[in-house]
Structures are given as C-alpha cells and as structure tokens.
Write a protein that binds this ligand. Structure first.
Ligand code: NDP
Ligand code: GDR
Length: 363
C-alpha cells in the first residue's frame, strides 16, 4: 500500500539523494528536497523525477537551502513538517576536506546539529525521524577487520572528523531528547550517478574516453587502497529501512567484499577490452596498453596527507535484524558504470566528429 508520509531529503541533488527520492516517490511519499543555489543548474540527477509543481498530484518539491544556514533549515522543516528527514547533504569528498577543513566541519558536522536542533526547537521530537549519513571513513586507521558497529573509530581526514561529530550528535539527541535518530554507517557505494571525481567514476569515465580516443591517460593516486564497494541503489533501501523500525539503531551497510583501486581499473579495462600492462612499482608506475602507449599514470597529486588504506564492512546486523542484502554484485556495478560512461563517450565522439568542442573535465 502507498504511504501518505512526508520526507525531507537534504543533499537531494547528489547521488544518494537521487536514488532515495526515486525510492520514496515509488512508495507514495511526498518528498521535499533541499538544493543549493548554484550559478549552473545542479539538478541533472533528479530532473527525471521532477514535474511542474503547478500540475495536479505532484509529490516532489524543491526548496533552496544550505546546511550552513540554520534559520533556513528551521523554516523549511517548520513548513514541511516531515515524518522523516534524511540528512544526505555534505561536502563529501575526502581529499577536498583537506583543502577546506573548516567548511567541511561546518556543513558535515555542525550542519547535522542544525537539523537536530530544528527538530527540537519546533517540538517535533516525537514526530520526525532522522537519518544521518554516517560513513566507513569513521574507522579510518582500522582497529579491527572487518569493521562492524562496535569497531572503534579513528578518522583520518577533516571529513572523517566532521562526520564523527555528526555521528555522536545524532546519538546524543536520540539519548537526550528521545528523537528517533539513527546513523547508517555506509561503506563506499557507487553508480553511474557517482560524482566524477570519486575514484570509481573517474576510472570508468577516463577509460571509456580512452577507448573512444577522446583522452590519452588516466592520472590516478593510491592504487593499493582497498574499498568495500556496493551499489547506491541497494544502499538507499537501507536508509529507508532504518527509519521504519520500532526503535532507532545504528547500522553498518556494506557488501563484505573488498577490492583495490588497481583491481577496479583492471575490471573496467577488461570489460572494455583494453589491455593494461603494469610496469614498475610506486609513484613511477605506469600502465601501458598493447601498443606501448601509457594509459594509466600515478600522479602523487592525488595522494592524501593521511590515507585510509583498507576498509571492509561486516553488515551482519543489517542482514539479521532488517533482512537487508545487497542485490547488485561488484561485476554488475562495474558493467553498469562502464556502459553508462561508454554511451556518453560515444556521444562526445560524435559531437567532436561534427566539429564541435568536447569539454574535458579534469579533477
Ligand atoms: P554527493 O557528493 O553526491 O552529494 C552531496 C549532496 O550534498 C549534494 O546534493 C550537494 O549539493 C549537497 N551539499 C553539499 N554541501 C551542501 C551544503 N552546504 N548545503 C546543502 N547541501 C549541500 O554525495 P553522495 O550522494 O555520494 O553521499 C550522500 C551522503 O552520504 C553524504 O553525506 C556522504 O558524505 C555520505 N556517504 C557517502 C558514501 C558514498 O560512498 N557515496 C558512503 C558513506 C557516506 P550540490 O549538488 O549542490 O553539490
Ligand atoms: P573515499 O572515496 O575517499 O573512500 O570516500 P574515493 O573514491 O574518493 O577514494 C577511494 C580511494 O581511492 C584512492 N584514490 C583516489 N581517489 C580519488 N578520488 N581520485 C583519485 O585519483 C584516486 N586515486 C586513488 C583514494 O586515495 C581512496 O583511498 C568516499 C566518499 O563518498 C565519502 O563521502 C564516503 O564517506 C566514503 O566514500 C565512504
């Protein structure tokens, strides 16, 4: 049966925001999303879900807002009176957080507090459930493998530290004010909607463009980093499930399978029929294709001041208590991302063939 619930999604224009909004609309929710004002339209991921608000039966609405602006957030929550808030908004790039640590702390840490305070100030503690997008980056320098809910935290970036504050303030408001608030400790999840400067999308985008002759080289950082990569579509289902329980709890969300960045490149190259011959080790490493042309080069620019070398999650609690299992395998994820980026590379190739410039985006 379709629900009559109202959800408010921060970060609605991001990868997870798009998949979650689609899921909530399918379930019958009225969805309010908070988007930032930008000089370019930034709604490409959700345009297919959006309908003219003048039409009848529209259930998806957008509001301008920002996690750094508490009066704005309080007003939106007051107007929409949501049954559920999904706090997905964040400066979500770990490397960028070293460049903008203060901003990252403000948005990712204090931003979470602003939402929780708004719930409290408006007297919505008993009505509004709250989901916080916590992260495997909390584990950082790992103390135990695989990582589970009880594994101690040791964040390794301003992003991780800001998210640590958000994690604990969520727990604190649950314990202090009885708000139904929970943390999803999500491990890396990807999709064709993944931002272009995260490593998986950077790889699928670059290798498909190399395949189409639009680009020569993929410049990359730490090839030996290992991640537990799942599909965003599976993970937003868990975000929703966590708010449908009798009592609020925190859950790890992961596949339990780990691969290195190098392996991800190899999997994409295999799918595309590009051969990469690895040569040497360390920062001088180069990958050459069959014709001897360098296509993968390590650039120390992409190394981080402190790295999270290896993450592997144990989501037994989610599987046992909520019956959640990820449906999409690593290979299916790679295939889907490669197919989507190949399509846009083919389109760019056609545009170029007809004499128009193709803009290349570099990280
Ligand atoms: P994205 O980077 O794709 O999306 C982030 C969203 O936050 C975008 O809509 C962005 O808006 C918005 N945003 C950024 N800064 C602000 C701000 N100051 N005020 C309001 N909105 C803002 O991230 P994902 O969808 O991948 O991730 C969603 C959440 O989950 C994030 O909090 C992330 O930290 C966390 N997370 C992600 C994981 C992953 O592997 N994807 C794993 C674990 C946690 P705009 O479009 O304008 O930039
Ligand atoms: P991560 O994702 O830092 O885990 O954070 P990202 O894809 O950026 O990096 C994963 C690993 O790959 C290494 N790496 C590179 N990373 C990027 N971005 N670009 C490169 O060129 C490159 N080369 C190697 C990184 O050093 C790292 O070890 C993501 C984000 O979505 C966070 O918001 C989220 O909380 C965590 O996942 C879980």
């Amino acid at each position: 049966m379709l629900t009559k619930k109202v959800a408010l999604v921060t970060g609605v224009t991001g990868q997870d925001g798009a998949y979650l909004t689609e899921l909530l609309l399918e379930k019958g929710y009225i969805v309010h999303g908070i988007k930032r004002r930008a000089s370019f339209f930034n709604t490409a991921r959700i345009d297919h879900l959006y309908r003219d608000p003048h039409l009848e039966g529209v259930r998806f609405f957008l509001h301008h807002g920002d996690l750094t602006d508490s009066s704005n957030l309080t007003r939106i929550i007051q107007q929409t009176k949501p049954d559920e808030i999904y706090n997905l908004a964040a400066q979500s790039h770990v490397a960028v957080s070293f460049e903008s640590p203060e901003y990252t702390a403000d948005v990712d840490g204090v931003g979470t507090l602003r939402l929780l305070e708004a719930i409290r100030i408006l007297g919505l503690e008993k009505k509004t459930k709250f989901y916080q997008a916590s992260t495997s980056e909390l584990y950082g320098l790992v103390r135990e493998t695989p990582q589970r809910e009880s594994t101690p935290f040791y964040p390794r970036s301003p992003y991780g530290v800001a998210k640590l504050y958000a994690y604990w303030i969520t727990v604190n408001y649950r314990e202090s004010y009885g708000i139904y608030a929970c943390n999803g400790i999500l491990f890396n999840h990807e999709s064709p909607l993944r931002g272009e400067n995260f490593v998986t999308r950077k790889i699928t985008r670059a290798l498909t463009r190399i395949k189409m002759g639009l680009q020569d080289t993929l410049y990359i950082g730490n090839l030996d980093a290992k991640r537990d990569w799942g599909h965003a579509k599976d993970y937003v289902e868990m975000q929703w499930l966590m708010l449908q329980q009798e009592h609020p709890e925190d859950f790890v969300v992961a596949t339990g399978v780990q691969h290195s960045v190098r392996y991800f490149i190899e999997a994409v190259a295999k799918k595309l029929g590009i051969s990469i011959h690895w040569q040497g080790t360390g920062i001088d490493e180069r990958g050459y294709d069959a014709s001897g042309k360098c296509i993968v080069a390590v650039d120390p620019r992409y190394f981080r001041p402190a790295e999270v070398q290896s993450l592997l999650g144990d989501s037994s609690k989610a599987r046992t208590k909520l019956g959640w299992v990820p449906k999409i395998t690593f290979q299916q994820l790679v295939d889907e991302m490669v197919c989507a980026d190949l399509k846009s590379a083919e389109r760019d190739k056609l545009v170029k063939k007809h004499g128009y410039d193709v803009l290349s985006q570099h990280e």
